[in-house]
Design a protein around this ligand. Structure first.
Ligand code: NCD
Length: 308
């Protein structure tokens, strides 16, 4: 049966483990996967800028032996002529076997999934969700820490508009012993719907603070994020808030020796490049793991659709 990935909650914890197991197997044995998608196509429909997500979907499909079609900006698609997302999804279903879609409007990939006859993957919808970044994040934590539970997870920066944050919180909340430390300026706190529907609904312990230094010693994971300029209504607010948190080597003085520093990238100023060589810096590993998780995801969805 055709299945799509719109929100990370679409997968059970067992399915997330299965995807991580497949990704780990691909890392160990890449040649065993290099022909599995021969003759299959992914369409990457990107109505918003992207480097990693689009290219990692494309690299993932190419490494599975498949092919890629798509566009990387709305202006070069028929959306510029007024075509609806629903129609675009029906049209692309005639050309490709699976769709990865990024769109500035919350819910657009869901509309696509309701209208496509092939699986649709949400590659980021507005300030809402970004489930495949979460797949990359989960594999990174699992490989670095050897577990996904019993962790104190600090998430720092733009918790209001950061879609990767919303999906990561939804995913980690399903594991035992997770505690969140939410670090942001007052104006960029986690939306109340995420607190209510995920944290409070599942009795997940969390604290909110503006002070990164004060909470640093407790953290097992520090997930830094960029202030999402494109979602602000006025530039002044962005300029005032953009450099709220800048991680430098000095600011790690009271951090755990085995802290795992993550960032979905792109970084602007949130992490000094001087940290890149610190063994605790995991953000470029996240990029690599993202490709393997997307390979595992493409295989799973194509198998379930009966295409493979
Ligand atoms: C993120 C996104 O698009 O939400 N980027 C990504 O896909 N790795 C984070 C961001 O843009 O800040």
């Amino acid at each position: 049966m055709k299945r799509s990935l719109i929100a990370i909650q679409d997968f059970s914890v067992e399915e997330l483990q299965e995807l991580m197991d497949t990704a780990n197997d691909i890392i160990a044995n890449p040649s065993g996967y290099s022909e599995l998608c021969r003759g299959k196509k992914i369409a990457t429909l990107f109505f918003e800028p992207s480097t990693r997500t689009r290219l990692s979907f494309e690299a993932a499909m190419l490494e599975l032996g498949g092919a890629v079609i798509g566009f990387s900006e709305a202006q070069s698609s028929s959306a510029a002529k007024g075509e609806s997302v629903a129609d675009t999804a029906k049209v692309i279903s005639c050309y490709a076997d699976i769709i990865a879609m990024r769109h500035p409007k919350e819910g657009a990939p869901l509309v696509a999934a309701m209208n496509a006859s092939i699986p649709v993957i949400n590659a980021g919808d507005g300030g809402h969700n970004h489930p495949t970044q979460t797949l990359a994040d989960l594999l990174t934590i699992y490989r670095e820490k050897g577990r996904l539970g019993n962790l104190t997870v600090g998430i720092c920066g733009d918790l209001k508009f950061g879609r990767t944050v919303h999906s990561l919180i939804a995913a980690l909340s399903r594991y035992e012993g997770i505690r969140f430390v939410l670090i942001s300026p007052e104006e960029l706190k986690l939306p109340s719907y995420v607190k209510k529907e995920i944290l409070k609904a599942n009795n997940i312990p969390y604290v909110q603070t503006t002070d990164l230094e004060a909470v640093m010693p407790e953290l097992d994971i520090l997930y830094m994020t960029r202030v999402q300029r494109e979602r602000f209504f006025n530039e002044e607010d962005y300029l005032r808030l953009k450099d709220s948190y800048i991680l430098t080597p000095e600011r790690l003085y009271n951090a755990k020796k085995d802290l795992c520093i993550m960032h979905p990238l792109p970084r602007v100023n949130e992490i000094s490049v001087a940290i890149d060589d610190d063994p605790r810096a995991c953000y470029f590993k996240q990029v690599l793991y993202g490709k393997y998780m997307r390979m595992a995801l493409i295989l799973k969805l194509l198998k379930e659709a009966g295409t493979l």
